[in-house]
Design a protein around this ligand. Structure first.
Ligand code: NDP
Length: 419
C-alpha cells in the first residue's frame, strides 16, 4: 500500500508509470504531475481498466519549489519519483525536504542555463579541481546528504539503466564475484534502427549535450579528459553484433570511483552509427547545439531548444524502432587470490518493449529500473537515510526485480575484453 507522486510524463515516465501499474499491490495510488497536464490525463485514460492502481493527475511547474510543496502537501505521497529533467532535481529535493518525503530520480543535476554566472563560477572551480568538464556532477546533490540524513529521509539518485542498473551490476560483482575489482568497462550498445537519418532516443537536449561533450575516464585515482569521440573501439555484442563504440564521460563513473575505491580504471563506451555522428558534428559546427539564446527576427530562441522542436519526438520512435540494446559491465580483478573476468549485461528488444508498454527500449531500460528502485524503497529493502547512488544498496533484490519485470541479466565469465 503506497502513494507515489511521479513528476514528469515524458518517454521514461510513461514506461515507469505503466510498470508501476503492473505492480498494483505495491503502487496502490499514483499521482502523475507534469508541466503539460493533458499528457498526464491521456496516460491515465489509457491505463483505465488495466490496473487497480488509483491514478490522479495534476499540473505542476517543477522549477517552482512553492508549487511543488503545495502539491506534495495536498497529495501526501510516501515517495516522489522525479522523472522530469535533470534541471529540476534540486527544486524537487528541496520540496521533498520541506515536506518530509523520500525522493528518487534518474539523472544527476545539471543547470538549464549554463551561462548563469553564479553557477559558472562553481563549475569552473570544479573543472580545475576534479579534471572533467561535464556540466553535470554529483556535488550539487551530495550537498543534500546531511539534510536528508537529519530529516530521516532517503534520496536515491540516478536509478535508470546507466546510471542505475550499471551500478547495481558493479555492487553485485563486488558482493559475489570479486574480492578486488581492478577495472570496469561499462558498455552501452543500441543496435536499434528507427529509420530516420537523425533522431535522439531520449530528450534531445540532454542527449546531445552529453554526446558532444569531451570524454573522460577514471584511472589511477584521477580523471583523464579527452576530446569528444576521440577514443573508438569495436565490440561484438551478444544478440546485436559488431558495433563501433566511443568513450564518453558518464555520471556513474564519479560515484563508482568513490564507492569502489580500489578500482584502477573505469571507462564508459556508447555505440553510435556514422549517420548519427555526421549529423551531430554538423549541427555542432553550425551552432545548433548551443544553449545560449540568440535573437532571431525579434524573437529570442535557444538553438538547441529550436532543434528539439524540429527533431522527431523520442516517444514517436517506438512503433518504428527495430533491433536490440545490450548494456552491461565488464570487470577484471581477483577472487581468492585468482585473476578473473566477468561480464553482466541485459539485452532488450525494441519491438517487444513497444508491444508491452508502447515505447522503444531506451525509455524502457530507464523506466523499468526507476519502477524497481521505487519498489525497493516502498517495500523497505532500500532504507538507508541520506543521499545515495544505486551501488550503495544491496543489489540482490533489485536485480531480482529487474529479472522479473522485464530486464533479465545475462552473464559470462569469459568475456572478450575491450582493448
Ligand atoms: P522527456 O523530455 O521525454 O520528458 C520530460 C518530462 O518532464 C516531460 O513530461 C516534461 O513536460 C516534464 N517537465 C520538464 N520540465 C518540467 C517542469 N519544469 N515542470 C514539470 N514537468 C516538467 O524526457 P525523458 O523521459 O526522455 O527523460 C526523463 C529523465 O530520464 C531525464 O532526466 C533524463 O536525463 C533521464 N534519463 C536517464 C537515463 C538513465 O539510464 N539513467 C536514460 C535516459 C533518460 P512537457 O511534456 O511539458 O515537456
Amino acid at each position: 500500500m503506497s502513494r507515489v507522486l511521479v513528476i514528469g510524463c515524458g518517454g521514461v515516465a510513461n514506461v515507469a508509470i505503466r510498470k508501476c501499474c503492473q505492480v498494483d499491490d505495491v503502487f496502490t495510488e499514483l499521482c502523475i504531475a507534469s508541466r503539460t497536464k493533458s499528457k498526464c490525463d491521456a496516460l491515465a485514460e489509457d491505463l483505465k481498466g488495466a490496473t487497480k492502481t488509483k491514478i490522479t493527475t495534476a499540473r505542476v511547474n517543477a522549477d517552482d519549489v512553492n508549487e511543488l510543496v503545495a502539491l506534495i502537501k495536498s497529495y501526501k505521497p510516501d515517495l516522489v519519483m522525479n522523472i522530469a529533467l535533470p534541471y529540476q532535481d534540486l527544486t524537487i529535493m528541496d520540496a521533498c525536504l520541506e515536506c518530509g518525503v523520500n525522493y528518487m530520480d534518474t539523472a544527476n543535476y545539471e543547470p538549464e542555463d549554463t551561462d548563469d554566472p553564479e553557477w559558472r563560477k562553481i563549475y569552473e572551480k570544479r573543472c580545475k579541481e576534479k579534471g572533467f568538464s561535464a556540466y553535470f556532477d554529483y556535488s550539487w546533490q551530495w550537498a543534500y546528504r546531511e539534510r536528508f540524513e537529519k530529516a530521516g529521509l532517503t534520496a536515491l539518485l540516478g536509478c535508470g539503466f546507466d546510471p542505475g542498473v550499471t551500478q547495481a551490476y558493479c555492487a553485485y560483482a563486488k558482493k559475489h564475484e570479486f574480492d578486488e575489482i581492478d577495472t570496469i568497462d561499462i558498455l552501452d550498445c543500441n543496435g536499434g534502427d528507427h529509420g530516420y537519418a537523425f533522431a535522439t532516443n531520449f530528450n534531445p537536449e540532454v542527449n546531445l549535450r552529453e554526446v558532444s561533450a569531451p570524454g573522460s575516464y577514471w584511472e589511477d585515482g584521477r580523471w583523464i579528459e579527452i576530446p569528444a569521440m576521440s577514443i573508438k573501439r569495436e565490440y561484438d555484442f551478444d544478440k546485436v553484433g559488431h558495433k563501433d563504440m566511443y568513450l564518453l564521460h558518464h555520471e556513474e563513473i564519479e560515484s563508482l570511483a568513490v564507492n569502489i575505491p580500489e578500482v584502477k580504471r573505469i571507462r564508459f563506451f556508447m555505440t553510435f552509427g556514422q549517420s548519427y555522428l555526421t549529423h551531430m558534428r554538423c549541427l555542432e559546427n553550425v551552432g545548433m547545439l548551443s544553449t545560449t539564446p540568440i535573437n532571431f527576427e525579434g524573437h529570442e530562441i535557444v538553438p538547441i531548444k529550436f532543434l528539439k522542436a524540429l527533431l522527431p519526438d523520442p516517444a514517436s520512435l517506438g512503433p518504428r524502432t527495430k533491433g536490440k540494446t545490450n548494456i552491461g559491465c565488464i570487470f577484471t580483478g581477483r577472487k581468492d587470490g585468482r585473476e578473473k573476468t566477468y561480464y553482466i549485461y541485459n539485452v532488450c528488444d525494441h519491438e517487444e518493449c513497444y508491444k508491452e508498454v508502447k515505447s522503444q527500449a531506451i525509455s524502457y531500460t530507464t523506466g523499468v529500473p526507476a519502477m524497481c528502485g521505487a519498489l525497493m524503497m516502498l517495500t523497505g529493502k532500500w532504507t538507508e537515510k541520506g543521499v545515495h547512488t544505486v551501488e550503495e544498496f544491496d543489489p540482490d533484490p533489485f536485480l531480482e526485480a529487474l529479472d522479473k519485470y522485464g530486464l533479465p541479466r545475462s552473464e559470462t565469465h569469459e568475456p572478450v575484453l575491450v582493448g
